[in-house]
Design a protein around this ligand. Structure first.
Ligand code: SF4
Length: 281
């Protein structure tokens, strides 16, 4: 058994949450650089330039890339040969988030009761944590702050097998069409296919963690990614919804076996603030 201290998890979460909010990942910035070449609209090109300038300034000045610093979504892959010492892992994660958002001047965006009082928790906790037990003796932590503009446009459908690939494609394209400027494009479109109701939503979210431009190893998923990317870019929203060719910089698909009578599909829309940072302890 390898022992990892809860304090080390706390410190890692704090550092990652600040890093994710201040610096856009390199693959995302590269995708926007390429998009400038592809975009034909003059306004669209200018928007992409502004997005890149914003990313540069946020990093240089240690400021949030976007004012919506989002829900702190945390993915934790725990090796089955790890023992966590001196604290409960979820307390350590939430304390790391609390310190990052208060000391890093990141907006607190979480309300306690979602329907009535909607009182701000003031420190962006609680985080939303997804655990997975994996082989080995390490812990991998990924933090992906998720803003509400794009999250609110995400959708899930329990399609029937008879809806087939056409039904699936139409649902994804319709979701991008309905999302429009509210999702702050250029988007990355995460698509979960299969599993059941809750798993396909999680697949769609996990799909967003893969590097932009990197295709799924599964040939079917790869084909869907390539076709959907072409189709969603025909919708024509363009950068920030001003019209253009680049509505999405990528589509990421994750698939899982499902019930004989189901075809679940979830679309998690990611805005241009495609933020994430990870570490292995
Ligand atoms: S949708 Fe994304 S880019 Fe737009 S305000 Fe929210 S976090 Fe920022």
């Amino acid at each position: 058994m390898r022992v990892i201290k809860a304090q080390d998890i706390l410190n890692a979460v704090k550092r990652l949450a600040i890093e994710a909010n201040y610096s856009l990942p390199e693959d995302v910035a590269n995708a926007f650089e390429k998009a400038i070449q592809k975009e034909e609209s003059i306004v669209g090109k200018e928007v992409l330039n502004q997005i890149l300038l914003n990313a540069k300034l946020a990093k240089e000045e240690s400021m949030a890339y976007c004012q919506d610093t989002g829900v702190a979504v945390v993915f934790v892959d725990i090796g089955q040969e790890v023992s966590i010492f001196d604290g409960y892992i979820e307390d350590a994660i939430n304390e790391g988030i609390r310190q990052a958002y208060t000391e890093g001047y990141l907006r607190a965006s979480i309300v306690e009761d979602p329907v009535f009082e909607r009182k701000n928790t003031k420190d962006n906790t609680p985080a939303i944590v997804h655990y997975r037990i994996v082989k080995g003796d390490k812990i991998k932590i990924t933090i992906a702050p998720k803003g509400a503009g794009s999250e609110n446009t995400s959708r899930l459908a329990m399609l029937k097998p008879a809806d087939g690939y056409e039904g699936l494609k139409n649902f994804v394209i319709e979701t991008v069409r309905l999302a429009g400027p509210n999702a702050c494009p250029p988007m990355t479109v995460g698509v979960g296919i299969g599993g059941n109701f809750e798993l396909c939503a999680l697949l769609a979210k996990r799909a967003l963690l893969r590097k932009l431009g990197e295709r799924n190893q599964n040939a079917l998923a790869r084909k869907i990614e390539e076709e959907l990317l072409e189709e969603v870019n025909k919708v024509g929203w363009g950068p920030m919804g001003f019209g253009g060719r680049v509505t999405a910089v990528d589509v990421k698909v994750e698939m899982h076996p499902c019930h004989i009578a189901s075809l679940p599909v979830a679309v998690n829309i990611q805005c241009h603030a495609n933020r994430h940072a990870e570490i292995e302890l």
